[in-house]
Design a protein around this ligand. Structure first.
Ligand code: NAP
Length: 449
């Protein structure tokens, strides 16, 4: 195949969706090259910065991404922010197609009074902080509370609860950040209350993730709900599994363990109460369920009560961010698309632009869900091959970035960061000791002779 026929693709975002898209392109039927752009000097997005440090098994998916990075035609363009260092327009002038897989990094708020108090945090920041993400490394978290409340019943809420309850000496062996480990070691947290606005059958977590907490030594689980299968005929298999497991946990009871996870369903936070700028309690209103099937929703009953707590972490979902120069559907916080072909807000296709992953469909699904999602987008992109090949390319983006003084981090450069982190970790009995600041990452990538 002549070089001129090769599709030049830019993928923006090096999390799972970006890597799966790159893989599908490079192994696909049309000769392609992929430049994978990433804002940070390090790849892997949520695998590095979202997956909890005690879930190293899940992080092993990185091995597959490293295999993708070794494929001919792949280049990593780390430390490049699209919208700041290079515009969408310039990328379109340098590539036949640009595929956005920028994820959903922002938090959602509860929109209730008191959220600004110290001791009230978004799970997105808490997770970024304990995972050593450069954007969150300078945040201060006060964990000075015996009881924490985590709002939400998804897998992220369970990650947060598990980290709060986990044995600190076990966490010390992971790649958790030093600041988070020190704060957890100093924290008196003994009880975590997980607050779900709907019932046990609507819980968004996976049974295995609750099991991971229930199996922790020293942690008891108390289920306060009436867990029954009665009149729940149209349950999805995952909900049925959850209910069966919750029923077993309820029957077993929490025992007399030093730390406790409490699951409280049908309850919504309505206000955070504070003293001297710090959370003192959470005002909560009980709910009842109305409607049926997937549209079942929580309706307040008017019964309001208070729970004393000094730490409230809201884990009510992630939110995608707009990229300058790209259409953005503000209500769903996604790039509008038709199955991955970017459209404007009127639904008209935008030539050369594609999207995959959370920024395409919203923040749902497991890491592997992105494989099929990215493939769906890549299949459409490849169907457009002839029209894409017809686009005249006028810009060499690598040269443009160099002319702007952007310090590009290649995959070989990243490997030096990786090696430095592993060596630091080995010296301290940890799987990895992450470099948490961009200048330190760059110093490891480009050591002075
Ligand atoms: P999620 O699964 O969408 O869960 C969000 C939770 O927040 C739901 O329980 C939701 O309740 C609740 N919520 C939303 N708005 C609320 C409000 N105003 N008040 C009270 N509760 C509210 O999102 P996530 O936990 O952030 O996870 C994101 C994705 O990553 C999920 O697909 C998850 O499975 C995945 N993930 C997987 C793992 C793993 O496999 N280990 C770990 C972390 C994340 P409603 O259902 O009532 O809306």
């Amino acid at each position: 195949m002549a070089e001129a026929d090769r599709l030049k693709i830019a993928v923006v975002g090096s999390g799972p969706a970006g890597f799966y898209a790159a893989d599908a392109l490079l192994r696909g039927p049309v000769s392609s090259s992929v430049d994978l752009f990433e804002r940070l000097p390090v790849p892997f997005g949520l695998v590095r910065y979202g997956v909890a440090p005690d879930h190293q098994g899940i992080k092993r998916v990185q091995v597959a991404f490293e295999r993708t990075a070794a494929l001919p035609g792949f280049r990593f363009f780390g430390n490049v922010e699209v919208g700041r260092d290079v515009s969408v327009e310039e990328l379109l002038a340098g590539y036949h197609a640009v595929l956005f897989a920028t994820g959903a990094a922002l938090d959602r708020s509860l929109d209730i009074p008191g959220e600004e108090l110290s001791g009230s945090y978004a799970a997105t920041s808490f997770v970024g902080w304990y995972n050593g993400h450069p954007d969150f490394v300078d945040l201060k978290f006060s964990l000075a509370a015996e009881r924490a409340v985590v709002v939400g019943m998804g897998n992220v809420a369970l990650d947060v609860a598990r980290i709060l309850l986990h044995d600190r000496s076990e966490l010390a062996k992971t790649d958790i950040s030093d600041a988070a480990l020190a704060a957890l070691r100093a924290s008196p947290v003994r009880e975590v209350v997980l607050l779900g606005r709907r019932g046990p059958a609507q819980a968004a977590f996976d049974q295995g993730e609750l099991e991971a907490i229930a199996d922790l030594p020293g942690v008891g689980v108390e289920v306060d709900a009436d867990v029954s299968f009665a009149d729940e005929a149209d349950l999805l298999p995952a909900a049925r599994k959850n209910l069966a497991y919750l029923a077993r946990l309820k029957l077993a009871g929490p025992g007399s363990k030093p730390r406790l996870l409490k699951l409280r369903f049908l309850a919504s936070p309505v206000e955070l109460l504070g003293d001297n700028g710090r959370v003192r309690a959470l005002r909560i209103e009980d709910n009842r369920l109305v409607g049926a099937g997937p549209h079942i929703r929580a309706e307040p009953t008017g019964k309001v009560w208070e729970l004393q707590t000094g730490l409230v972490i809201r884990s009510v979902g992630y939110r995608g961010a707009a990229t300058p120069g790209l259409p953005f559907e503000a209500k769903r916080n996604v790039i509008p698309s038709s199955a991955g072909r970017v459209t404007n807000l009127a639904g008209e296709p935008q030539l050369g632009l594609y999207t995959a992953g959370w920024i395409k469909r919203g923040p749902s699904g497991l890491i592997g869900t992105n494989k099929a999602d990215s493939k769906e987008t890549v299949d459409l992109l490849l169907r457009d091959t002839e029209v894409l090949r017809g686009r005249a390319l006028r810009v060499d983006v690598a040269e443009l970035l160099a002319s702007r003084g952007v310090q590009l981090v290649s995959f070989a450069d990243y490997r030096k960061i990786d090696a430095a982190e592993k060596a630091r970790g080995e010296a301290r009995g940890k799987v990895r000791d992450k470099l948490e600041r961009i200048p330190d990452m760059l110093a490891a990538a480009f050591p002075k002779a």
